[in-house]
Every structure is written in C-alpha cells, then in structure tokens.
Design a protein around this ligand. Structure first.
Ligand SMILES: Nc1nc2c(c(=O)[nH]1)N[C@H]1C(S)=C(S)[C@@H](COP(=O)(O)OP(=O)(O)OC[C@H]3O[C@@H](n4cnc5c(=O)[nH]c(N)nc54)[C@H](O)[C@@H]3O)O[C@H]1N2
Ligand SMILES: Nc1nc2c(c(=O)[nH]1)N[C@H]1C(S)=C(S)[C@@H](COP(=O)(O)OP(=O)(O)OC[C@H]3O[C@@H](n4cnc5c(=O)[nH]c(N)nc54)[C@H](O)[C@@H]3O)O[C@H]1N2
Ligand code: SF4
Ligand SMILES: [Mo]
Length: 679
C-alpha cells in the first residue's frame, strides 16, 4: 500500500493530519498521523469515515444539468458544455448590466484549504457580488479586538499547565475533540475544569463543576464573578494598574451591581458564581475558553467583553497556563495568498458585497444591478437563517451553479452541478485556526470520475471566459497543484516551520516556532497600548464604554421557549450526516425537552411535536432529557436527508458585534424562540 499525508479541511478546531492508505489507486483506509503533535495519531469518527465519503454511491462524479430546475431531472453534461453555459451567461449578464455584479459568489467554510480560495480570487477579479460575513465567530472576535486590539491566543497545548480551565459556552468534547486530551491531562495534574453552559453537554460530563446559567446572561454572570473577586480583594491590583485601561471605572461600575439583580438575570444562586470566581482568582494560573455558541446572541459580543474583563482583573494573561482561548487566524497571515491573488488584475478590486446574515432577503433586495446568477461553492444555503425566504430569492436567478461533492438541500434550485474533488484527490495546505501545526495535503488518488478541484474549476472558468472575452481576468494556468501549494509558503512561514524548502514539509507535519504564549510582552495594539476595559473604539461603534451587561432578547409572549441548535458530534455543519456510517443508529433530528416541560405538555418520549414561530413550523420527534433546562428546547444543526430542516425557524437577527473584524455582525442563531404543541 502507498501511504500519503492528508489534512482534514473541515471547519474544525483540530485540522487533523491524516495518513491515507491507497492500493491500486483506491483509498483503502484513513488513520491519524502520530507525527502531528497536536492530534497525536487520532481522528474523530468523521475522519475515519472518509473512505465512505469518497466512495459513497451518492457522490456526484460528472458535471450535470437539471432541467427544468427543481424537477430532480439531472442529466450528465461534459465539462466543456458546463463551462460554456456558465461563462456565456456571465458575459451575457455583463453585456446587459455593464458589469459582473449580477453574479453572486457564495462560499463559506465547506473546505477551508488555501487552494480553494482560487474561486474567491476568480470572482473578486471580475468584481462580481460576493457574500460577506461568517456565521462562526464575528461577535466574539470584535470583543477581542476592542479589549486586546487583536485576536491572539496561546498554544492550546499550553492548557495542560492550567490549574483552572473554564469552558464557557463551547462543547469541545464534540466540536474540538483533540483539545480534550490537554484538558484531561491538566485535570490529571490536579486542575479543576468548570463548564458554563445552559445545556449539560458531553464536555460538562467531564467537568468538575457545571454551572447552568440562562442563555445569553453570561455578561451578568461574569460581572457577578468580578464583583466577588473585587469584594474579596483577590484581584491583581498591580496588573490592573500597569496594563489595563479603565480598571478603576470598571471596579466602580461593578461595585454598584446587586447580587440579587445578578441572580435574577442569570437564574443562578450567588454561591455558584462565587465559588467559580474564587477558584479562578486564587488557583492560578487559570484560563478561559470562550466558545462560539456563547456569542451567537444579540448581546454576545458585549457578554464576551464581560468575560474578558475577568482575565484582566486577575492578571491571568501572558503566562503559561493562563490566557483566554478563541479561534484566531494569526498563522493564516503567514501565507502568501498566492492562490487567491493570482487571478486578480488589480490589488483592490471593487467588489460589491451582500451580507450572509439573512442572505435570501438581502440578495433579493440588491438592485442596480440586481443579482441574476448565483455561484455556490462548498455551501449549503439551508445552513443559513431564514431559509423560508430562499425559494423566492433563488427564483429570481437566471442561473444557479453549484460546486460540491453531493447534491444537497441547495441543489433543488441549481441548474448546473460541478463535481469537486475531495482532499484525497487534490493537493492543498490547510492552516489551523486553533493549534500551531501545519501539514501539506498530498494527492493520494486520482480524481474520481470527472471530478475537478476547486482550483481547477477556477482555472477552467478563467480560461473559458478569457477565450470568449479576452482580458477578463488573469489566467494562471501554469504549474501543478503541488507547485501552487509551494507558492503559498512565504520565507517567513518556512523559517517559522524550521524548514528550508517545501519538500521538507512533505516529510512530516511541523510546528510553527512562534511564541507559545499570547501577550507575553503585555503590549496591546489598542489605542492606549493597554488592555482596554474602557474602550473608546467600542463607544464610537455604539457600544457601552465598559463591559456592562446588555440584556439580550427575552421570549415573546407567543413563543416562550428558546430553541438552541448547536453543533453535532457526528456531523460537521451540514456534512457527514448523509453518510450511513455516521447516521446509523443516531436517528437525528430529535427535539430535546426537559422532563418537567414534557409533563406540562403531556408529551412522551418519541412523540412528535409541532415546533413553530412567526416563520413557520416543523414537526420533530421528542427526546425527553434533563440535559436541557425547562425553558429551552434543543436540536442539532445539520443536514439529515429527507428530514425536517430546522433553520426555517431561525430569523437571522444580528449579534451586537462583528463589523470591525469581518465587515458584518455575527448571526444571533441561538436567539430563536418557538412554541410547542402536540401533533
Ligand atoms: N463535531 C463537530 N465539530 C465542529 C463543528 C460541527 O458541526 N461538528 N462545527 C465547527 C464550527 S463551523 C464551529 S463554528 C464550531 C462550534 O463549536 P462550539 O464553540 O462548541 O459552539 P456551538 O456548538 O455553537 O455551541 C457550544 C455550546 O454553547 C452553548 N450555548 C449556547 N448559548 C449559550 C449562552 O448564551 N451561554 C453559554 N454559556 N453557552 C451557550 C450551547 O448550549 C452549546 O453547548 O465547531 C466546529 N467543530
Ligand atoms: N441552526 C444553525 N445553523 C447553523 C449553525 C448553527 O449552530 N445552528 N452554525 C453555522 C455555522 S457556525 C457554520 S460555519 C455554517 C456552515 O455551513 P456551510 O458554510 O454551508 O458549510 P458546510 O455545511 O460545512 O458545507 C457545505 C457544503 O460544502 C461541501 N464541500 C465540502 N468540501 C468541498 C470542496 O472541497 N469543494 C466544494 N466545492 N464543496 C465542498 C459539502 O459537501 C457541503 O455540501 O452553518 C451555520 N448554520
Ligand atoms: S472533523 Fe475535525 S476532528 Fe474530525 S478528522 Fe476532521 S479535523 Fe479532525
Ligand atoms: Mo462555524
């Protein structure tokens, strides 16, 4: 068997290095890569299921056309014909409207590999309309930018040195599996793990202390902790004085809060937060992991600021075992971004953007020129909010093109399907937004059927459109994919990886030689040069000067239950749940409801229940479980073919923050309210 190194390109904290075993050109087995220091030779269930994903009977292996749209009548066409249809339509629209703006490119994080940014480059080069924003992390990111001036975090492997680990609104036992090794190691060394979540999760099951506040009340909870720390005089006064802007004002603000008010906002008895605050301030060093779920609320960013203030108050910053953890793209800055930029004719193309939040309505509203063609790559629009508005939005499109591995929920509205390769059939480089390791993704097998990589698709489009209308875009046809990967490695990156050439990197994954500790120099790129609890930038952007608590949404009278839809262990967003290996026996989606609520509604396990709000209704089987609180119901996000699509009930309201870092506010996906009735 031949053995190759691949990298899992899913939007996942772990970015695992994998060994793939191929025999006679066929992928036989995928395992973890023990040379990868962070993931240490292990994968999650999804990683081990890649052989099924690559060879699944439903994988699309040839370009196809659906005619008429929505009929399900797909027929095979040649690549040439597909490219011809797509590029002629693009040019026809340009002729009609004077620019490529009637074409909207919508890609998110179906594959985060760097070579996949070729498509971004191609559509940017044409100055078409491009979807902007991300559903992952925007609100939390801005809170970091206001407080620290940048988003940096320590090497997550350093968590083993923590004495207290607070996992706040994240579920790493499912969503960042490999980090649990470092957390468990710390626990074995005597650390206490505290999980703060409205839901008792798989991560909570491994914790020493579980705190269950009302969702979106975390800012108030953090302030309660701050108040206690100050009252007990266990804050780090030197740190505050030297490195923090607004410490005094923050202390004053917090002193005026009453425990009673905090109890009311959070639904917790004061002893709960006082115990956690005491541990965090006294058992040093302590770190806090800020989860993505925590910030998917209309007050998510401001809640983050409250939590970040705890690190400032206790000086748990810049030393081993301390710090605040959140995804960051520091290492992405070391790439050349050659793949994206190779298509550009000018450095700063004039791109029209459309917000991802409430995409369906926003894209329909664009005029002068209206959007008439949609190009989807690595996207399932049914992961968006307000999916009820999608059908109308897609109807206005004269052509919908989709590049993917499978026909998904979006395919119903597509005219042309372009089959993409998986990571085993292409070269790539996938940096991590979490750990400090980098590995090259090698091509292990020939593309299945007529599949082409997203880079090749971008090259084909560029070539064809230039053939029909010379000079439209740069046409970078030259070089193998392997060479494209090599071109991404800047001298700085090579040096940081301690290699002199690209080929050395093929031998094994390498760890970046960057400081393992964020903010060790305690120099913050904020306007004051200090860590800012008092942020003039936040004020200028319309937020409170201090990390005050801003109340979130409360349930409207008619829809009294909060609907949470977090991420599932056996899926990666919409991916994998279509595979038999991973869906077998799971029988999702189910609506999890608390036993007391079930009693009130006279509902039994497995009964079907109507879940509805102002946007519509879905019917789901019930799972009665005390893991969810009484005022909350929960079902996991994902694509469960043929089953209910929950995002129909999510209205796409915005988080408070996000514009500074990503140009769009985050999406308050978890501020969704519903009512329930027996079917
Ligand atoms: N297995 C798997 N791994 C994944 C993904 C996947 O789909 N599956 N997706 C990847 C992607 S794209 C992302 S963005 C990340 C997401 O990974 P996480 O950071 O784990 O985020 P979520 O799954 O959105 O939510 C995590 C927890 O936040 C809790 N939560 C919700 N609201 C609040 C609140 O107001 N306060 C508090 N304290 N907690 C709250 C939820 O109950 C949930 O348990 O995971 C990545 N990893
Ligand atoms: N209700 C609810 N909705 C959510 C969330 C939630 O917590 N709750 N989370 C949100 C979050 S954080 C995220 S990140 C989004 C994710 O939603 P999306 O951005 O749509 O991403 P995925 O579901 O990961 O993948 C989309 C498609 O990419 C395809 N794909 C994979 N690899 C490739 C490739 O190499 N090339 C091409 N062309 N296609 C490929 C997959 O087959 C899949 O069909 O969902 C969001 N939606
Ligand atoms: S989904 Fe995440 S944990 Fe699973 S194999 Fe991919 S990178 Fe690793
Ligand atoms: Mo995400």
């Amino acid at each position: 068997m031949e053995v190759y190194r691949n990298v899992c390109p899913r939007n996942c904290f772990c970015t695992c290095s994998m060994l793939s075993y191929a025999e006679n050109g066929k992928l036989i087995r995928v395992t973890g890569d023990s040379e990868h220091g962070f993931t240490r030779g292990k994968l999650c269930s999804k990683g081990y299921a890649y052989t099924q994903r690559v060879y699944d009977a439903k994988r699309i292996l040839h370009p196809m056309r659906q005619y008429p749209r929505g009929s399900g009548r797909w027929h095979r066409i040649a690549w040439d014909e597909a490219m011809d249809i797509v590029t002629r339509k693009m040019l026809e629209l340009k002729g009609r409207y004077g620019s490529f703006r009637p074409i909207c490119f919508n890609k998110q994080t179906g594959n985060i590999g760097i070579l996949h940014y070729a498509l971004d480059g191609f559509f940017a080069a044409l100055e078409s309309t491009v979807v902007n924003g991300t559903s992952c992390w925007s609100a939390g990111l801005d809170a970091f930018l206001y407080t620290f001036g940048d988003m940096r975090k320590s090497d997550p492997e350093d968590m083993v040195n923590s004495k207290i680990i607070i996992i706040w609104g994240g579920n790493p036992a499912w969503t960042a599996l490999h980090q649990m090794y470092y957390i468990n190691q710390a626990q074995e060394n005597g650390a206490k793990v505290i999980v703060i979540d409205p839901v008792f999760t798989a991560t909570a099951a491994q914790a020493d202390i579980f705190i269950q506040p009302k969702a979106a009340s975390d800012g108030a909870l953090a302030l309660g902790m701050a108040k206690y720390i100050i009252e007990q005089n266990i804050h780090d006064q030197d740190f505050l004085q030297q490195f923090v802007e607004g410490g005094k004002e923050f202390i004053q603000y917090v002193a005026n809060l009453s425990d009673q008010w905090i109890e009311k906002e959070t639904g917790l008895p004061r002893e709960a937060w006082q115990e956690v605050a005491h541990l965090y301030a006294t058992q040093r060093p302590g770190c806090i992991w800020l989860g993505l779920g925590l910030q998917r609320h209309a007050n998510g960013g401001q809640n983050f600021r409250g939590i970040l203030a705890l690190a400032a108050l206790t000086g748990n910053i810049g030393v081993s075992g301390a710090g605040v953890y959140y995804p960051s793209q520091e290492h992405w800055r070391l790439l050349n971004w050659h793949t994206r930029d190779a298509f550009l004719k000018k450095a700063e193309p004039a791109i029209r953007t459309v917000s991802l939040n409430n995409f369906a309505e926003e894209v329909s509203k664009l005029s002068e020129p209206p959007v008439k063609m949609l190009f989807l790559a690595g996207r399932d629009l049914w992961q968006d909010a307000n999916t009820g508005a999608l059908a109308a939005a897609l109807e206005q499109m004269e052509l919908v093109v989709q590049a993917d591995h499978f026909l998904n929920r979006s395919s119903h509205f597509a005219d042309i399907f372009l089959p993409s390769t998986t990571q085993f059939e292409e070269w790539d480089l996938v940096p991590s937004y979490w750990h400090h390791w980098i590995a090259v993704n090698q091509q292990a097998i020939e593309p299945r059927g007529e599949c082409r990589s997203d880079l090749q698709i971008a090259q084909n489009l560029a070539h064809k459109i230039n053939e029909l209308a010379p000079g439209c875009v740069c046409d970078p046809q030259v070089g193998s994919e392997e060479e494209w990967v090599a071109q991404e490695l800047s001298p700085e990156l090579l040096e940081s990886l301690n290699v002199t050439s690209f080929s050395e990197l093929l031998e094994k994954p390498r760890k970046l030689r960057v400081s393992p500790l964020a903010w060790a120099d305690l120099n913050f790129p904020t306007p004051s040069g200090k860590l800012e609890l008092k942020s003039g930038l936040a004020l200028a952007d319309g937020f409170p000067l201090l990390p005050e608590f801003s109340r979130g949404f409360y349930p409207p009278v008619h829809y009294p239950y909060r609907l949470l839809t977090p991420h599932l262990n056996s899926g990666s967003n919409s991916q994998f749940t279509n595979l038999h290996w991973l869906s077998w026996g799971i029988d999702e989606p189910k609506l999890r409801i608390n036993p007391r609520l079930a009693q009130k509604l006279k509902i039994q396990d497995n009964d079907r229940i109507r879940v509805y709000n102002h946007l519509g209704e879905v019917v789901l089987p019930v799972r009665i479980t005390a893991t969810v609180p009484e005022d909350t119901v929960l079902t996991y996000t994902g694509w469960f073919p043929g089953k209910t699509q929950i995002n129909r009930l999510i209205d796409g309201k915005s988080c408070d923050m996000g514009i500074r870092g990503t140009g769009q506010p985050g999406i308050a996906l978890y501020d969704t309210y519903v009512n329930l009735s027996a079917v």
